[in-house]
Design a binder for this molecule. Structure first.
Ligand code: GLV
Ligand code: MN
Ligand code: MN
Ligand code: MN
Length: 388
């Protein structure tokens, strides 16, 4: 089922994926989702925030559904599994339930959340944050991409109504429980020697933009003593982030930088750098960012507190997914829509599928076919248990 998606948004030079939210590739993936829903006779709905839902049955507040799914957008030069594996496995697990002749006592849904990665507009999990109301629609609509287009412009171009955005209680009340399957983005399951695991918690994490302003000037004629070069404090930021992260036991990454105006023969006037920081404790992450502000205007683009998944649900999943022997329970440094829903009070859980190298957010991301199949069977077992 992943094969028909393999060409969509793929960079032929690298094999990586470019699936920004609302890009032509993303729209093609959404078409694919609609087609899979139709083939199965599922009722396709798009909520106010662009998230897609394919329902087997009709959820209501008195009969909320069991929902599974993930996202189809990618980071830039991302892998084939982060996101799509969870959506494909959701449809496949639903097929397994039907083959088994399961008659669910509650509706079963497949969800595809919009703009999970935040690759285009900077804020991750836009679809689930809007749905649950932790991201204000006014702020979302004003977010801009690298071309200077706002989310509002982009939605209008995609034929969506920007005014519709916002907390969506009607949709939320239809979700009784959410289970997201995801390729593991680390080597925990390799160490455990098991194909499938369950999530314990998501580290607190955030993104900050540092704007270093200086004075653009000629690279040849400006004496060193006369320069106001924003590259200098930027360079110190990168090194300090690494040192502070080591000191505090967290991780910090500067993975995106914009140099303006971007001439090889001119001192830049502005350097914007994006810091991603995460760790097992919120205090340490905050302390890291506070230690780094030297000389820059700092904008917090997103913050996600620690999420601990519902322990009873997590243990139930670990038991059911493991058959006889409960599967391993793992923490993760990666953010997910399941974490946003959990924080909003929707009982949520995650299944991870082994990743032999642990590499993710890279074309090298991988999962073996047999492990993906084990993931589908585990997910089907879990859904069957939850929808009885
Ligand atoms: C998304 O995958 C994130 O955790 O950054
Ligand atoms: Mn990701
Ligand atoms: Mn993901
Ligand atoms: Mn993610």
């Amino acid at each position: 089922m992943l094969e028909p998606l393999a060409h969509i948004g793929r960079d032929p030079r690298t094999g990586g994926y470019l699936r920004d939210a609302w890009s032509p590739a993303d729209l093609e993936l959404r078409e694919w989702f609609a087609g899979e829903a139709a083939r199965r006779g599922l009722d396709l709905r798009e909520d106010r925030n662009g998230n897609l839902w394919a329902w087997w049955g009709d959820p209501s507040p008195s009969r909320p559904g069991v929902v599974t799914g993930s996202h189809l957008d990618s980071v830039r030069q991302g892998g084939a599994y982060d996101g799509p594996l969870g959506v494909v496995s959701a449809f496949a697990a639903l097929d397994v339930l039907r083959e088994r002749g399961v008659q669910p006592s509650v509706p079963v849904g497949v969800a595809c959340f919009t703009d999970e990665e935040g690759a285009r507009f900077g804020v991750p999990c836009v679809g689930s944050r809007l749905l649950t109301g932790v991201l204000a629609p006014e702020r979302a609509l004003g977010l801009t991409d690298d071309e200077g287009d706002t989310l509002a412009d982009v939605l209008r171009k995609a034929g969506r109504d920007p005014d519709a955005l916002g907390r969506d209680d009607e949709t939320l009340r239809g979700v009784g429980v959410f289970v997201e399957l995801h390729v593991e983005q680390g080597r925990g399951l390799v160490t455990e020697g098991r194909p499938v695991g369950v999530a314990r918690a998501i580290w607190p994490h955030g993104r900050w933009r540092f704007d270093f302003r200086g004075r653009a000037d000629h690279a040849g004629t400006t004496r060193l003593a006369d320069r106001d070069d924003p590259m200098m404090p930027f360079a110190r930021l990168v090194l300090a982030a690494r040192e502070e992260a080591e000191r505090l036991g967290v991780v910090a990454t500067v993975g995106k930088v914009r140099v303006s105006p971007g001439n090889a023969n001119a001192i830049p006037g502005l350097v914007s750098a994006w810091l991603d920081a995460r760790g097992p404790g919120e205090r340490a992450v905050r302390e890291l960012v506070a230690a780094l502000t030297g000389g820059a205007a700092v904008h917090e683009e997103s913050w996600t507190p620690e999420v601990r998944f519902d322990a009873a649900l997590r243990d139930r999943l670990a038991r059911v997914a493991g058959g006889g022997e409960p599967v391993p329970i793992l923490p993760t440094g990666a953010g997910h829509d399941a974490g946003i829903l959990a924080a909003a009070g929707v009982p949520s859980a995650m299944l991870f599928v082994r990743n032999p190298t642990g590499v993710s957010h890279s074309p090298q991301e991988h999962a073996e076919r047999a492990d993906c199949e084990a993931g589908v069977v585990a997910l089907a077992d879990v859904l069957e248990d939850l929808c009885r």
